[in-house]
Ligand binder design. Structure first.
Ligand code: PGA
Length: 243
């Protein structure tokens, strides 16, 4: 079964520690059974990305960015273009992470523009979707996901990955049950197929760790994992990537 494991380092590390951890990743993954069906992506902050690209150049580990501008070029002070990320070695870009939605007020219109611009730059977007705790409580999960996907995927091409990240599961130590995750992934795949006319990969994120990764073994519709906290230790992330 095909699996992609993505390390989301957020803004957790100093520049020096990012480079050190990238080197540790490179070493620990030396004998990993990489294949087109088994990929590992490292997504550091923008500033460490070019140097990390050099560190992992001879490794099959791929590089991802954690955001990109919604425009391809121009007078957008402080933004980082998808094209430059691609030039520096990124192959993937995380778009619409719940922290960006929550703290930087990203909405579906902006996220949609970012997806289009990222694909134009030949980056593979990893689009994050997910419900809040309250939305789950009142049984709105599917409705929220359908809304997010329909709006975000407008005029988007099919070369992207969806990450199902329930907002309440991120960094909380709590996850939905494997059966719930499986059911939601099937739902997202159906929706994406309707919208884009193509089967997409759907990965899960939110409190994935070496301690709980085995629980997800039977989830056939989980095509990989987006890992935050547990990707900050090379050993632990490596264990997760054994699934
Ligand atoms: P977490 O973060 O693994 O620390 O819950 C996941 C994410 O935010 O992508």
């Amino acid at each position: 079964m095909s699996k992609i494991f993505v390390a989301n380092w957020k803004m957790q590390l100093s520049y020096k520690d990012s480079l050190k951890l990238a080197q540790a990743f490179k070493n620990i993954f030396k004998n990993y059974p990489f294949s087109p069906a088994r990929q590992v992506v490292l997504a550091p902050d923008f500033l460490s990305l070019p140097e990390i690209a050099k560190i992992i150049k001879t490794s099959p580990i791929k590089l991802g960015a954690l955001d990109c501008a919604p425009e391809s070029k121009g007078a957008f002070t402080g933004e980082v273009s998808a094209q430059n990320l691609k030039t520096l070695g990124a192959q993937y870009v995380v778009v619409g992470h719940s922290e960006r939605r929550q703290y930087f007020f990203e909405n579906e219109i902006l996220i949609n523009q970012k997806l289009i611009v990222a694909q134009a730059a030949k980056l593979i977007p990893i689009l994050c979707v997910g419900e809040s705790r309250e939305e789950k409580r009142v049984n709105l999960t599917k409705e929220v996901l359908a809304n997010q996907l329909r709006r975000a995927l407008k005029n988007v091409k099919s070369n992207l990955i969806i990450a199902y990240e329930p907002r309440w599961a991120i960094g909380s130590g709590q996850t939905p049950s494997p059966a719930e995750i499986e059911a939601i992934h099937i739902y997202i795949k159906k929706l994406a197929l309707q919208i884009l006319k193509k089967e997409l990969k759907v990965i899960y994120g939110g409190s994935v760790s070496a301690a709980n990764i085995q629980e997800f073994k039977k989830c056939k519709n989980v095509d990989g994992f987006l890992v935050g906290g547990a990707s900050l230790k090379a050993q632990e992330f490596y264990k997760i990537c054994q699934l």
